[in-house]
Design a protein around this ligand. Structure first.
Ligand SMILES: [Zn+2]
Length: 587
């Protein structure tokens, strides 16, 4: 990328989110406001969302307008915010308990509509925090549901609630008001609890993406999920997506910063930092200080990818599709160094991933039988179990393509060589090839094929037995994030190199690196060659990385030790670090 190609780019906006409770506690008196606003300015905040309702606390117009005016007087853009949560006497609690509410309840509907009118009187922009979802099964909801399944009923209910109780009242009060829907990060569970990204994004003015990944050892959510979620929501909401949102929950500095990096790599121009407290918004807070220290780097990254588009392997998740036993699989494939782009549209890239999600597309079989010439399709057990024998023939698999068996192992056979993983990897299935070549096997009580290859007409068909887990729809764990630890990130380097080599071949890109390396590719519109790449090491240890794109690359951020520049770039990347690799012109 040359300098004249680099359009000037506004720096990333850092925004505060101030909950209603924090507004009440820290912004009520002129003196408290002055201290709090100085705190915001000290860490580089230039925009603040002032919440007017959460958990039963509805703030009156006075405190909202005074806070707004004080913020704007100090050069901070002020906007409003609401969390449609349970508050005694204000909203009816969902039968599932905790913060979620029943949106069939007339009490919920009318009080939240009133709160929106109050908010819209004070602000021209309002963001809706991610509590617009429910697990309520009260009598009213059962009656309202009728013949629909819970997913369909809740999605219909929430779209109607948003339109009648949020958007309508706010726009009646203030026709200029811009309303933002903020989605959570748990994209594979949205449909279960009433989020409908397609329809909701159509009725809201702007869209925000939750990129809260937190500590993978606590919530089992891995870093790539933030990027997956941003890509998926962008594929449905397009240009309306205007920012990301993450928090301090279960965070230490590396992971807090990784939330910011994933957001910016995905394209976010604004980062909302949930949520204001004097302790969190302080340069002595380890998470906040890590973010401030890296702000120039984040701006540099943003500027380097300005005007480009993402490049990679499209993974197909039709709108509202269920993942079956492959919940959040795309995140783990991303953690293995595949440049996965989750999309709700039929994939158009030369390499694609078809998982159980894609079975929601009624014509997926004819697509898999006749992909554009040269396409490489990688399929998962959930997909293979759901398609007709003609499709399985393309993969060179038997009519019963997937054997269901739970086993774990650290021993693998990759192209005839024994390779060891550092920890056990759990499998729930294996492949049954007929004519396919077996590229890798897991070695347990016997050897189980886990990666097979087949050519059919002009296309390459890869099958893999990599899977995650399923939530029992509606009756199992109510967890919205990850149900259990996923061990795929422990796959040995030889296996992930072999898998990448096969599926990335049509992209003309080779990555040799261990697991838990993220690869992000950018190209100029109209080009199928990358103009920039980012590699991120999610391991705590250093990693040796080789990246070959056919174009000369050089590291830009000085985050790595360069061993060899050029068409075959080699770097040593420290643990929890990332590097921007730019294409340079050969003189
Ligand atoms: Zn209900």
């Amino acid at each position: 990328m040359t300098e004249e190609d680099d359009p000037p780019q506004d720096p990333i906006t850092l925004s505060a989110y101030i909950t209603a409770q924090a507004v009440s506690e820290h912004f009520s008196s002129p003196n408290d406001r002055k201290i709090s606003i100085r705190r915001l300015k000290d860490i580089g905040i230039t925009k603040a969302y002032v919440e007017f309702y959460r958990g039963g606390l509805a703030l009156p117009h006075g405190i909202l307008s005074e806070t707004r005016d004080s913020l704007e007087g100090e050069g901070i853009t002020a906007a409003g915010g609401i969390a449609t949560t349970y508050g005694e006497g204000f909203t009816a609690q969902s039968t599932g308990g905790s913060h979620w509410v029943c949106f069939s309840s007339e009490v919920t509907r009318s009080n939240l509509a009133d709160a929106m009118r109050t908010g819209a009187r004070a602000f021209d922009t309002i963001i809706i925090d991610d509590f617009m979802c429910t697990d309520c099964e009260c009598d009213l909801c059962i009656e309202g549901k009728g013949d629909r399944d819970w997913s369909e009923f809740r999605r219909d209910l929430l779209v109607r609630f948003a339109s009648e109780c949020l958007i309508g009242p706010a726009k009646d009060e203030n026709p200029k008001v811009q309303l933002i829907i903020k989605y959570p990060q748990w994209y594979d569970r949205f449909h279960v609890y009433g989020y409908d990204v397609k329809r909701e994004s159509e009725i809201f003015d702007l869209v925000w993406v939750g990129t809260e990944i937190r500590d993978p050892r606590v919530d089992y959510v891995h870093q790539y999920q933030a990027f997956s979620n941003y890509a998926y929501i962008s594929s449905l909401a397009g240009q309306k997506v205007a920012g990301a949102w993450f928090d301090h929950l279960w965070c230490y500095p590396d992971i807090y910063l990784e939330q910011a990096y994933q957001s910016v790599l995905a394209g976010a121009p604004e980062l909302v930092l949930f949520s204001y407290s004097p302790a969190k918004y302080d340069s002595l807070n380890p998470n906040t200080s890590a973010l401030i220290e890296q702000k120039d780097r984040l701006d540099h990254l943003r500027s380097a990818i300005a005007g480009t588009k993402h490049m990679g392997i499209e993974a197909y998740k039709p709108a509202n599709s269920d993942p079956g036993r492959e919940t959040y699989l795309f995140d783990y494939l991303g953690m293995l160094g595949l440049p996965v782009l989750v999309t709700a549209s039929r994939p158009r890239t030369s390499s694609i991933i078809l998982s159980e999600h894609s079975l929601a597309d009624a014509d997926i079989e004819s697509y898999a039988l006749n992909p554009p010439a040269g396409t490489c399709i990688m399929a998962t057990p959930g997909f293979l179990d759901g398609v007709a024998p003609e499709v399985l023939e393309c993969f060179g698999l038997s009519d019963e393509p997937v054997g269901r068996k739970s086993f774990f192992t650290y021993r693998f056979d990759v192209r005839g060589r024994t390779e060891l993983a550092e920890e056990n990897v759990i499998f729930n299935s294996f492949l049954r090839p007929e004519s396919a070549e077996v590229a890798a096997k897991a070695l347990s009580d016997r050897s189980y094929p886990i990666l097979t290859l087949n050519r059919h007409d002009d296309s390459k068909y890869i099958a893999t037995s990599l899977q995650t887990f399923g939530h029992e729809p509606y009756h199992g764990s109510p967890s919205v994030t990850t149900a259990e630890p996923v061990s795929l990130v422990h796959l040995p380097e030889a296996f992930v190199n072999a898998m990448r080599a096969e599926i990335m071949a049509p992209l003309g890109i080779t990555l040799k690196a261990p697991a838990k390396i993220g690869l992000y590719l950018y190209s100029f519109p109209g080009s199928d060659k990358p103009c920039a790449a980012v590699v991120e090491n999610f391991n705590d240890q250093d990693a040796s990385i080789m990246l070959e794109t056919g174009l000369p690359l050089q590291p830009e951020l000085k985050g790595s030790r360069s061993l060899r520049n050029g068409r075959k770039l080699e770097i040593e990347l420290p643990g929890r670090e990332l590097e921007l690799l730019s294409v340079y012109e050969i003189p």
